[in-house]
Design a protein around this ligand. Structure first.
Ligand code: C2E
Ligand code: CA
Ligand code: CA
Ligand code: CA
Length: 279
């Protein structure tokens, strides 16, 4: 039993070591990826109750030359802990503004909004507001087209600083959406103090909506909350027609998920939307 224990421990250490090696390799490679153009923004449509596309969410994709596609769920936390999220986040915002500037010239895209995920460390960086302001000025993009998706983790501490910064950006014309809503620890009391325009129902509540009465109750509550605070509510992770119609019945008016469109390249969506505009 003793020997077994030692083997287990050895195995465990080896697994931790492998994990640490993989992390530092990925971190190193991510730094290079930024310079080598291996990153790309994909777009996923957001639709209204009539299934018209009103905007897109930008989602990062990394095509690693040897390891293939790596999920942002893996490399974003790494970028956060290493600080690489600062140049990475700058890159995403610069690309987003470039896209929006391009869309202004295309009738099929001109009215679309673009939602960008902002990580807490990026949002708290002292240069965040000034940097974003400069980007918007240089690109000539209407700030109202850009929506920043933040999470409840920003509200756990430094709440006054967060609110102050949000208000600064709000005055520039930007909009805020609270992502993964219902999974974090935000006190509901703060919600009315935040200059938000939208709540995003987390996909974990949508997944079992038709089977789990608790999830339905949560979705119902979020929709009611949105209504009383005058916030748009969007459901994410909508994968089936049944989920979509149940959400409609519950009063949800905006949707995102595989059922309406999977994340795909900007090329793909530009072609799709221009085709639609012509026919
Ligand atoms: P998120 O912001 O909650 O994005 C939604 C995730 O759900 C995306 O995963 C999307 O591809 C996926 N998804 C969309 N519709 C469906 C559906 O119907 N069913 C299912 N099962 N999944 C769906 P993705 O692209 O792998 O991104 C994972 C997370 O990585 C994002 O979660 C976000 O937190 C982060 N992320 C992605 N891009 C960026 C970025 O540019 N900056 C930052 N800071 N974080 C990002
Ligand atoms: Ca998001
Ligand atoms: Ca989300
Ligand atoms: Ca998420």
């Amino acid at each position: 039993a003793k020997a077994d224990g030692r083997n287990t421990l050895h195995f465990f250490n080896q697994a931790m070591q492998d994990d640490a090696n993989r992390r530092s390799r990925l971190e190193h490679d991510l730094r290079l990826a930024l310079e080598r153009d291996e990153l790309e923004l994909h777009l996923q449509p957001q639709v209204d109750a009539g299934e018209r596309i009103t905007g897109m969410e930008a989602l990062l994709r990394w095509q690693h030359p040897e390891l293939g596609r790596i999920s942002p769920a893996d490399f974003i936390p790494l970028a956060e802990s290493s600080g690489l999220i600062i140049p990475l986040g700058d890159w995403v915002l610069a690309q987003a503004c470039r896209l929006l500037a391009e869309w202004r010239r295309e009738p099929a895209m001109a009215r679309l909004g673009l939602a960008v995920n902002i990580s807490p460390r990026q949002f708290r960086h002292p240069d965040f507001v000034a940097g974003l302001q400069r980007l918007l000025q240089d690109s000539g993009v209407d700030p109202a087209r850009l929506e920043l998706e933040i999470t409840e983790s920003l509200l756990i501490d430094d709440i006054e600083q967060t609110i102050g910064r949000m208000e600064q950006l709000r005055r520039l014309g930007l909009r805020f959406s609270l992502d993964d809503f219902g999974t974090g620890y935000a006190s509901l009391g703060y919600l009315k103090r935040l200059p938000l325009s939208q709540l995003k129902i987390d996909q974990s509540f949508v997944r079992d909506l038709l089977r789990d009465p608790n999830d339905e109750a949560i979705v119902r509550t979020i929709i009611a909350l949105g209504r009383s605070l005058d916030l748009q509510v969007i459901a994410e992770g909508v994968e089936t027609a049944e989920q979509a119609s149940r959400l409609q019945e519950l009063g949800c008016t905006a949707f995102q998920g595989y059922w309406f469109g999977k994340p795909d390249s900007t090329r793909h969506w530009h072609a799709r939307l221009s085709d639609q505009a012509e026919t």
